[in-house]
Write a protein that binds this ligand. Sequence first.
Ligand SMILES: [Zn+2]
Length: 59
Amino acid sequence: MVTQVSAEIATVYRLFDGNLHHARCGRRLIVQGWSTEELHCYCLTCVESVWLPLSVLNE
Ligand SMILES: [Zn+2]
């Protein structure tokens, strides 16, 4: 479970405006919700869900 997450982190980056962007297409990710440990984002361009560990976002 955790090993899959590490691969997802590389597909997302955050700009100075604080919004998360999808590295593959450069588009802004839509936040769909979150669990106690992960944030669920969605890329409308790639039609793909992306899960991020909340610990990454607190950096
Ligand atoms: Zn995308």
